[in-house]
Design a protein around this ligand. Sequence first.
Ligand code: FMN
Length: 219
Amino acid sequence: MKLLIFLGSVRKSTPPKPARLGERVAKACERCLVEHYSEHEIELIDPLDYDLDPVFKPHFAYTQAEVPKQLDDLAAKIKASDGFVMVSPEYNHSMSPALANLLNHFGSSLFGYKPSAIVTYSAGQWGGVRAAVGMRSFLSELGCLPVSAMIHVPKAQDVFIESGDANNAAEQTSWDSYFSRTFNQLIWWAEGASKQREALDPKQLSKDFKRDPSQRNAP
Ligand SMILES: Cc1cc2nc3c(=O)[nH]c(=O)nc-3n(C[C@H](O)[C@H](O)[C@H](O)COP(=O)(O)O)c2cc1C
């Protein structure tokens, strides 16, 4: 399976310290997947690598000839992927605006019929659970339904060092085991959905909505 990990923070300034705690959490996900699920292809997507136009223009709003290469390359990666790990901090009890902004650049035609895993974290004690609740709706609407298990990392600055390894080596196995419950579900669904996409193209059953929001309306 090809899995993309989306890092949800672009915050480089402080306070609050440390900045971009998300790097550690995304790397912890990457490390766990690479080490324990080595038969799968894992790639980390960092929103700071994408020079997005401040005037919002999603991938699907460009003609093929004018679409920026970076955006088109990421669209191709999303299309070729089988599942997604969405890593978000909690900002004001909501998911990261940087993650929402990046994902909003692509339609459900690319994400759809593939599973996702919700990973949230915070510097405080709740681990981003309130952001996670909203992420279920967001990711469901995007078409990449979240698996039931979720990963929440409270006080992430104490849990992981910058490499994504556990700060306390004795706790590494416990964190890997906790992460694995979600990743096992993600990969089970990714494999199942991949086989079913091959057996029956879902777009033959219902076409993508590309023209107008009214395409969603009840008759
Ligand atoms: C704008 C903003 C809002 C925040 N809101 C919350 C919050 O609602 N709940 C929480 O637990 N932490 C909150 N925090 C603290 C974050 O958990 C902490 O700063 C964390 O490091 C953010 O992740 P990042 O460093 O990857 O951006 C907030 C931080 C910022 C900058």
